[in-house]
Write a protein that binds this ligand. Structure first.
Ligand code: C5P
Length: 215
């Protein structure tokens, strides 16, 4: 069983890369951010308080009943809810088993699993065969989100709001006590600020095949 761990901040390109690698290698892919997003959304829909650990845990315990393809999961407001509930240790502990099980027993008997998130290489799969840490300058990340959301029609104010949202979320994810966003010591760092997805994909594939030879 091969496990690839990909971590990095919001809008760094890690999800696109992980999906592309999973397709190329025929591995199973788990977007662990979607789990935290689903919990955040569930708290809001239950009329709970995302700043209450008890409410967040109650939602996390319902993970298996949640729709991980709900289109509302993608909204930046859901990302904000997710980063609040993700700071609670009991919520993280509750979601850990799901992630470990996915890494150990990928669906459809795939030969490997790719998980992306914030703490995959450090906490969830510290023994992953390959670890990648994907990052990019925050303005570049905000610009990507802005173009995704508004295309050519967006205005400066919308860009500024996205930039501030990402900065706030980065700060929360980097500074929380429980499993903060952190590059594992043995992770390969890929900065995508000046690279397109194809270049990053080729570089990641090269690192993976070199890594597999030395395993
Ligand atoms: O990756 P994505 O932007 O979907 O993640 C949403 C939020 O979920 C992040 O800002 C982070 O707070 C949290 N998260 C986490 N650990 C993970 C994945 C996501 O804390 N492994």
């Amino acid at each position: 069983m091969t496990v690839i761990a990909i971590d990095g901040p919001a809008a760094s390109g890690k999800g696109t890369l992980a999906r592309k690698l999973a397709q190329h290698l025929n591995f199973a892919y788990l977007d662990t951010g979607a789990l935290y997003r689903a919990v955040g959304l569930c708290v809001a829909r239950m009329g709970g308080d995302e700043n209450s650990e008890a409410d967040a845990l109650k939602a996390a315990e319902k993970l298996r009943e949640m729709d991980l393809n709900d289109p509302e999961l993608k909204a930046e407001s859901t990302g904000e809810l997710a980063s609040k509930v993700a700071a609670f240790p009991s919520v993280r502990a509750c979601l850990l088993n799901y992630q470990l099980n996915f890494a150990k027993n990928p669906p459809e008997n795939k030969a490997g699993a790719i998980l992306d998130g914030r703490d995959i290489g450090t906490v969830v799969c510290p023994d992953a065969d390959i670890k990648l840490f994907i990052t990019a300058d925050v303005k570049t990340r905000a610009k990507r989100r802005f173009l995704e959301e508004f295309g050519a029609k967006g205005c400066d104010q919308q860009f500024q709001t996205i930039l501030e949202d990402l900065e706030r979320r980065d700060k929360r994810d980097l500074n929380r006590i429980s499993s903060p966003l952190k590059k594992a010591e043995n992770a390969h760092l890929l900065d995508t600020t000046n690279s397109d997805i194809e270049t990053v994909f080729e570089e990641a594939l090269r690192l993976i095949s070199d890594g597999m030879i030395s395993v």
